[in-house]
Design a protein around this ligand. Structure first.
Ligand code: G3P
Ligand code: MG
Length: 247
């Protein structure tokens, strides 16, 4: 596997940005159709340890289920509809397993940013289980998945379980401790809300040897400015406005 920074400048947020129900196989296919080469998606554990895609702790917003998703076993989660909330055109879409997404990535030559999004209270377990599974699922692929998380505990567990997989620390706000945290976690990148960045902060991060991914940038003009500052990756919901050929 290539261990340098092999990732493209544009990353499709939650699989297909705002053009499809988030974190589904349909979202990934939408991104592929528009020429995208990398996707970001959120993963967590079912009660029985299966790894599946979902952003929120609860099922209510993006499926026809309700309550804490991590309290249910996969055999229940797999019966839910994860597409109809977005549009009837996506009725019947399922919550995907990480293994299904890995297969889809291999099939399309897609790169992946796996955001570890633990159910509250399962941070360490989720970091360990996701990193271990990702190593096996991406074995033999040319580019390793980039792991990221807002949870320092989850990233530390991922680091301990599979140190060779690249890691990025997620921040929603600027944190003066960024250098200590990214050094302790041996991160290759910082993933940050673009509104928390300034050109001076980009320069400080680059001087420390970090790559920078920003979310969620939906304006091409803003994306161009951030890239001109030295940002490496733009994570976007507007995968139609910022395709793989974005310049
Ligand atoms: O990984 C970038 C971005 O997805 C982080 O925020 O809440 O969309 O998962 P969120
Ligand atoms: Mg995410």
């Amino acid at each position: 596997m290539t261990t340098d920074w092999p990732y493209p400048r544009i990353v499709a947020h939650r699989g297909g940005g705002s053009l499809a129900p988030e974190n589904t196989l349909a979202a990934i296919e939408t991104g592929v159709r528009l020429g995208h080469r990398m996707i970001e998606f959120d993963v967590k554990l079912a009660q029985d340890g299966q790894i599946f895609l979902l952003h929120d702790d609860t099922l209510d917003r993006t499926s026809n289920g309700w309550g804490v998703a991590g309290d249910l076993p996969w055999e229940k989660l797999v019966t839910l509809d994860a597409g109809n909330w977005y549009s009837t055109a996506f009725r019947g879409e399922k919550l995907p397993l990480l293994s299904e997404v890995a297969d889809r990535c291999a099939q399309h030559g897609l790169m992946a940013n796996i955001e570890i999004k633990p159910t509250t209270g399962t941070e360490e377990e989720t970091g360990k289980v996701v990193a271990s599974a990702a190593r096996l699922l991406w074995e033999g692929q040319p580019v390793p998945p980039l792991l990221s998380s807002f949870s320092v505990e989850a990233l530390a567990a991922a680091q301990q379980a599979v140190p060779e997989l690249p890691r990025g620390l997620l921040l929603d706000e600027w944190d003066e401790d960024w250098q200590t945290l990214t050094t302790q976690l041996a991160c290759v990148s910082l993933h940050i809300n673009h509104q928390a960045l300034t050109q001076a902060r980009v320069e400080a991060l680059k001087a420390a040897g970090l790559r920078i991914l920003v979310y969620t940038v939906n304006s091409p003009e803003r994306a161009r400015l951030l890239l001109s500052w030295g940002v490496d990756c733009i994570c976007t919901d507007r995968i139609d406005l910022m395709g793989a050929d974005f310049t």
